[in-house]
Write a protein that binds this ligand. Structure first.
Ligand code: 5GP
Length: 191
C-alpha cells in the first residue's frame, strides 16, 4: 500500500534493528484519514471472503479494527489483556508472549462474542514473531469458528511470524512488509 509505505518512510523511526516506532500516526496519535484507507485496503484484500466478525487484541489493534469494520459492516471483538470484574466468567483464553513488553500475558474473549458459526478476520497493527496472531488463532479454534485470514498493517518480514502463519496455510495480508530495519534504513519488500 503505497501511501502507507510513504508515511512509514516519512514519520516512522527505527528504534533499533528490530523495532519500528510509528506512534505519530498509528500507535499513539492516530491519523484517521490514513486509517480509513487502511480499512478500505483490508476490505479489498478480503472481498471474496465471508466475514462475520473482526477479532483483534487490545490496545493498538482496536482503532484499526473498528475503522476496518465499517467497510465489512461487522462487529469487532477485542481480546482483553487486563483482568477485570467486568469480564464474563466464561472466556476463551490464550497465553501470549509480548514482543514489545517481553513478558507473557493471558488474553481473554468472552464466549458470548465468538461462536462456531463465525467467520473471523484477525486484524493487528504489527506482525513480528507472530505470537499475538497465534494467540488469537487459538481463541478462534477454541470457539470452533472459521478463520478467514489475518490482516496486518505492518509486517516485519525479517521476523518469523508471517512465514509461520503462511506455512499453516493462513491467508496473511500485510499492507506493508519491511525486510530491513536499521538506523536511517527502512527497506520494503517488493510486491
Ligand atoms: P508478535 O506477537 O507478532 O511478535 O508482535 C506483534 C505485536 O507486538 C503487535 O501487536 C505490536 O503491538 C507489537 N509490535 C511488534 N513489533 C513492533 C514494532 O516494531 N513496533 C511497534 N510499535 N509494535 C510492535
Amino acid at each position: 500500500m503505497q501511501v502507507l509505505k510513504e508515511r512509514i518512510l516519512k514519520d516512522g523511526k527505527a528504534l533499533d534493528e528490530h523495532i519500528l516506532k510509528v506512534d505519530s500516526f498509528l500507535n499513539h496519535q492516530i491519523d484517521v484519514t490514513l486509517m480509513n484507507e487502511i480499512g478500505e485496503a483490508f476490505k479489498e484484500r478480503f472481498k471474496e471472503h465471508k466475514i462475520t466478525k473482526i477479532l483483534t487484541i487490545e490496545s493498538s489493534g482496536i482503532a484499526i479494527a473498528c475503522i476496518a469494520a465499517q467497510y465489512f459492516k461487522v462487529p469487532v471483538v477485542f481480546a482483553k489483556k487486563t483482568v477485570s470484574r467486568n469480564l464474563d466468567a466464561q472466556t476463551y483464553d490464550s497465553v501470549v508472549y509480548s514482543f514489545t513488553k517481553q513478558q507473557h500475558y493471558t488474553v481473554k474473549v468472552s464466549k458470548r462474542y465468538l461462536h462456531n458459526e463465525d467467520h473471523v478476520l484477525i486484524i493487528d497493527d504489527f506482525l513480528a514473531n507472530g505470537k499475538a496472531a497465534e494467540g488469537l488463532l487459538e481463541i478462534v479454534e477454541k470457539a470452533g469458528a472459521t478463520l478467514e485470514g489475518v490482516g496486518i498493517v505492518i509486517e516485519k518480514g525479517f521476523q518469523e511470524g508471517g512465514k509461520k502463519l503462511r506455512e499453516r496455510n493462513v491467508k496473511v495480508e500485510s499492507l506493508a512488509i519491511i525486510d530491513k530495519l536499521g538506523k536511517d534504513c527502512i527497506e520494503f519488500r517488493d510486491e
